[in-house]
Write a protein that binds this ligand. Structure first.
Ligand code: URA
Length: 228
């Protein structure tokens, strides 16, 4: 067909008819974007919406293989939020974070600075148990990152404690190492939440490397002594 002979009005009408924007829009489709609901002033409602958006994830092997979602435990109004890596077998069974052996040590660590689960809020980077308790993959972490970021924004803690390198790398960056980053206050923003972040060792790591408990104790005292 000779292009010169095409009636421009007919061509425009034709493009409208076939909805060419839909067909030729070359923006990537983000099928993962499930977190983009507006936050209201109601924390409980926001947490409920966040949980529902995680529960509605599609095509997620972690979700398919897990028994339960592990969303959080503790007091949503606490000024201290702790974030671990991902649920293990016990957590998957009970639907609560840190209820296994690592959780028992975490409870002791909290008790050492006069805290307990009613005084803090706890979640994980990943909300479903990775099979065989393996470390979550980078792809899995990327997929769940918008949810934990929103979770932090909703809780709006004054202190954010990252337990271990998975939580640290996911939320602070991949270029950092825990041996250099632990025991320091870092000011960070997650959405509208401005918070003081501290990184410490994961309790499961401390069970394997008890000699590092003295470093974790330094970090715990920093949390205890922080003016909030
Ligand atoms: N380890 C984690 O990082 N999170 C849990 O919930 C349990 C063990």
């Amino acid at each position: 067909m000779n292009k010169k002979n095409i009636n421009p009005v007919k061509l425009i009408n034709y493009y409208k008819l076939i909805n060419h924007n839909l067909i030729y829009n070359n923006k990537a489709i983000n099928r993962y974007k499930k977190d983009n609901f507006e936050l209201s002033g109601d924390k409980a409602e926001n947490l409920d919406k966040l949980k529902k958006s995680i529960l509605s994830l599609n095509n997620c092997d972690l979700k398919r293989l897990a028994k339960n979602i592990v969303f959080s435990d503790g007091n949503p109004n606490s000024k201290i939020m702790l974030i671990g890596e991902a649920p293990g077998a016990n957590e998957d069974e009970e639907g609560l974070p840190f209820v296994g052996r690592a959780g028992a040590l975490l409870d002791k660590m909290l008790a050492a600075i006069d805290l307990d689960r009613k005084k803090v809020y706890i979640s994980n980077i990943i909300n479903y148990r990775p099979p065989d308790n393996r470390r979550p993959t980078d792809e899995e972490i990327k997929r769940y990152l918008p949810f934990i970021t929103k979770h932090i924004e909703i809780i709006n803690p004054k202190i954010l404690v990252l337990l271990g390198s998975t939580a640290m790398n996911a939320l602070i960056g991949n270029e950092v190492v825990i041996s250099k980053m632990r025991g320091k206050w870092i000011e960070k923003k997650f959405g509208n939440c401005k918070t003081s972040v501290i990184i410490t060792f994961h309790p499961a790591f401390l069970m394997r490397q008890p000699a590092q408990k003295k470093m974790a104790w330094i970090d715990l005292k920093m949390i205890r002594d922080k003016k909030i």
